[in-house]
Design a protein around this ligand. Structure first.
Ligand SMILES: *Cc1c(COP(=O)(O)O)cnc(C)c1O
Length: 345
């Protein structure tokens, strides 16, 4: 298996759009820019943003200890996942593998691109990948395998040995979606990038980093994969305000780490309190900033909470999640109100 053989022929042949900011590679000092048809009157956003996000990537590179050539940024991870499908999957021919119950966007993005989704459910109750079944379900047109670890909505991490087995034996790209990795006791797969040419890791500023509103997703992979993604991404996909706010937020790592520690304490308290609610049959272990619980009647309990002004996520229609609710860990006060409401029902 080579990466080049997995890339769509039309993408391999593509000559990318060259933006004004791509073509002029000099500095910005004392220059007059009349190349991009911008409005010259300064208001903070009248210029196009840096298409390569140099400053922001340098900061992310330092925080994640990954060289910038291995990083692609997207308008949320959702854009990154869409770019990966478009880079590797030929519409009406190729397919992706997903392991339900999992993040709903993988299948939606595949559908948008006319790419088939093959589903291999996780094992019941433990929500671990059934590795032999995954490999058995794959065929010559299976380009991408999505592993969400920690998994949304079940909250658990996949066993490292299972992930490693799939990385070694799946004959396509393995995308590990680490949206919740900063809440996990497991190590990120970022440190193993150089070992596996077919490994892609995605992360986001939307969860632990507290910046869901700016839409910034991160993709880490080999230089070869990143170079091709750079060819197909919209030239100015990360806007100026997002780049500036991300740099500001990421310069406060001490604060972010404090918030993560606080949420992990809260998660522990919340789990203990939920175990005492009579209609909660099971509280699943969590490696993320949410907890999945199995209740007597998910639709009824969901509705009752809404009537009390608390919105949670009802996951009862998901495979293996009958009567399951997903609860995000909030502030101490929010979590206490959630538990009080549960106990009053
Ligand atoms: C929330 C979440 C994301 C984040 O998506 P963004 O587009 O970066 O906000 C990605 N994957 C999973 C599994 C998620 O739960």
């Amino acid at each position: 298996m080579t990466i080049q053989n997995l890339i769509r022929p039309s993408i391999k042949a593509l000559k990318p759009y060259s933006s004004a900011r791509d073509e002029f590679k000099g500095g910005t000092e004392n220059l007059i820019f009349l190349d991009a048809n911008e409005n010259p009157f300064e208001n903070g956003v009248n210029r196009y943003p840096d298409p390569k996000q140099g400053k922001l990537k340098a900061l992310i590179s330092q925080i994640k200890d990954v060289p910038t050539e291995h990083i692609l940024l997207g308008n949320g991870s959702d854009e990154v996942l869409d770019l990966l499908i478009r880079m590797f999957c030929e519409p009406n021919k190729d397919n992706i593998l997903i392991l339900p119950p999992t993040y709903g966007m993988y299948e939606v993005l595949a559908n948008v691109n006319a790419v088939e989704t093959i589903k291999i459910n996780l094992s019941e109750e433990t929500f671990q990948p059934k590795t032999a079944a995954v490999l058995a379900a794959a065929n010559a047109n299976s380009k991408l395998l999505f592993l969400c670890s920690p998994n949304n909505p079940s909250g658990n991490s996949f066993e490292a040995s299972s992930i490693e087995f799939l990385l070694k034996n799946f004959k396509g790209i393995v995308i590990i979606d680490e949206a919740y990795i900063d809440f996990s006791k497991e190590e990120s797969w970022l440190s193993r990038l150089s070992e596996f040419p077919n490994l892609v890791v995605t992360q986001t500023l939307s969860k632990a980093f507290g910046m869901a509103g700016i839409r910034l997703g991160m993709c880490f992979a080999s230089e070869e994969i990143i170079a091709t993604l750079n060819k197909i991404k919209p030239p100015y996909n990360i806007n100026e305000l997002t780049q500036a706010k991300a740099i500001e937020g990421l310069s406060e790592m001490a604060l972010i780490n404090l918030q993560i520690a606080c949420l992990l304490d809260e998660r522990e308290d919340l789990i203990k309190a939920l175990e005492e609610v009579y209609f909660i049959k099971k509280v699943y272990p969590s490696d993320a900033n949410f907890v999945m619980v199995k209740v007597d009647d998910a639709n009824k309990r969901y509705q009752q909470l809404i009537e009390n002004g608390i919105v949670i996520r009802n996951r009862t229609t998901q495979p293996l999640c009958e009567n399951c609710l997903r609860l995000t860990v909030g502030t101490k006060e929010e979590n206490q109100r959630l538990v009080e409401n549960f106990k009053r029902l």
